[in-house]
Structures are given as structure tokens and as C-alpha cells.
Design a protein around this ligand. Structure first.
Ligand code: 6PG
Length: 242
């Protein structure tokens, strides 16, 4: 686990963008392609806008990167809550990524389990297999309850050890979300939490320092088996970190 604290959110965004350039370039040079799972929520939006800006845009090997999402809400792709829509508006519509390299969850389907199964098949078909599909980069956020992706405390998907993507009932929203599961998240070469703001300071302290939390916070279960786990924080989010 590596923790990097940036002075403020803008510095953090630049650091995450530089890391994205480095990790994706390394992947393309090593394996000829790269698989990235983007995070939902609001925090990564500024990073994605920065990557689409001229300075970074020119440094990314967009044509060799396949984009996926770590989770998606049960909404249409043009819905304001769609994680796909956020990433397309912030970045993917502004950079030369081939449309065939953008793999969204079909979250408009009434049957979320079907959407999850289809997404798992897409991942298995597009991401290198050995023996689990290994994402080169997975961006993650964290909620104040310690959830990450759509692995919420007490939710069924936390216990999934076979499937790579499931429909997960989330009580607090009284609805389903489609989410990657721990086996594939922990197969990542790099799992990267991007966290800003003082509101996240308490959960950051708990998740990073209370290693005996029972039950563990979902974010504490992200431990790449043969990869790196980065916590990219601004000083506000690290404000209670001892
Ligand atoms: C989602 C995300 C979720 C998010 C956290 C933090 O679909 O919302 O996958 O895990 O990363 O809830 O969200 P913010 O960045 O908006 O605080």
C-alpha cells in the first residue's frame, strides 16, 4: 500500500494524471495494450478533464487503451447519474480513443443481472486472462461509509468470489448497481484510490489505520494479489491521518 498526499486537490489531480500516463504507457510498451477501469462518482471527474486537456492528451497512448468502469448505476447511459456519461463528457469524447475500445455496462437493461453477466463476458473477451483478467489500472473512490465501487457495507457482492461482475442490491439506494467484485479488483496491477476533501478524512483514518475493523470496510478488502494499491489523497482528505 502506498499513500501519497498532495497539498490540494489540483496538485492531486496532476499527480494522478501523471501516474495514469506512466502506468498506461508501461502497459502498452510491455504488452501492446492496456485495460483501465474508471471510477464513478464526482471525485475523478477533474482528473479525467485534465487528461483530456492538451498537455496530458498528447502524452497518452489512447489508441491502445481499453476503457471499462468499476461500477455503474442502474440508469441509462445519458442519465445524469451515469458513470459512463461522466467519463465520456469529461474525457472520452475529447480524446482519440477508438469507440470500440470503450466498453460500457448496458445499465439501461431492466435486468441488471443480465447486464452484469454481459459485462463479465466483455471483460473476459477484452482483458488479458492469466488466470483472471488483469486490469492495468483501476481507479476507485471511497464513500464516507467505506464503500468502494458499488461494494457497500453488508451488501451481497462483498462475498462474491467467483463472478467478476454482479448486480448488487444497495439498501441505502433501494436499488441495484452493477459492480466489479473483489476477485477482479484484486487481480489489478494497480488499484488507485483517488480521495479529496475533509468529509473523507474520518473514513480515510479508519480505513488506513483501523486494520482490525470488524467487519472490515469494503475499501479495506482491496489488496491487489500481485499489484500495487495507491491511496492518492489531498491534505484535506488526509487531515485525520495519524
Ligand atoms: C459510484 C462510485 C463510488 C464512488 C464513491 C465516492 O458509482 O458512485 O463508484 O464508489 O467512488 O461513492 O464518490 P464521490 O467521488 O462522489 O465522493
Amino acid at each position: 500500500m502506498r499513500i501519497e498526499v498532495a497539498e490540494h486537490a489540483d496538485a492531486l489531480n496532476h499527480s494522478v494524471a501523471e501516474q495514469f500516463v506512466r502506468l498506461t504507457t508501461e502497459a502498452v510498451e510491455a504488452r501492446g495494450r492496456c485495460a483501465v477501469a474508471l471510477s464513478g462518482g464526482s471525485t475523478p471527474k477533474n482528473v479525467y478533464q485534465l487528461l483530456a486537456a492538451p498537455a496530458f492528451r498528447a502524452r497518452v497512448r489512447w489508441g491502445a487503451i481499453h476503457f471499462f468502469w468499476g461500477d455503474e448505476r442502474h440508469v441509462s447511459p445519458d442519465h445524469p447519474d451515469s458513470n459512463y456519461r461522466m467519463a465520456v463528457e469529461a474525457m472520452l469524447s475529447k480524446v482519440p480513443v477508438p469507440p470500440a475500445n470503450v466498453h460500457r455496462v448496458r445499465s439501461e437493461l431492466p435486468d441488471t443481472e443480465r447486464a452484469a453477466r454481459e459485462y463479465e463476458e466483455t471483460i473476459r473477451a477484452c482483458v488479458d486472462r492469466a488466470p483472471l483478467p488483469r486490469f492495468d489500472v483501476i481507479h476507485l473512490g471511497i464513500g464516507t461509509d467505506g464503500h468502494t465501487a458499488s461494494l457497500f457495507p453488508g451488501s451481497a457482492a462483498l462475498g462474491e468470489r467467483e463472478r467478476l461482475c454482479v448486480a448488487n442490491w444497495v439498501e441505502k439506494f433501494a436499488g441495484y448497481r452493477i459492480t466489479l467484485t473483489l476477485p477482479i479488483l484484486n487481480a489489478a496491477r494497480a488499484a488507485i484510490f483517488i480521495v479529496t476533501g475533509a468529509a473523507k478524512a474520518p473514513i480515510i483514518q479508519q480505513v488506513l489505520r483501523d486494520r482490525d475493523a470488524t467487519p472490515p470496510f469494503p475499501a479495506q478488502l482491496i489488496r491487489p494479489v500481485d499489484g500495487e494499491c495507491w491511496w492518492m489523497l489531498d491534505q484535506a482528505a488526509a487531515g485525520e491521518l495519524t
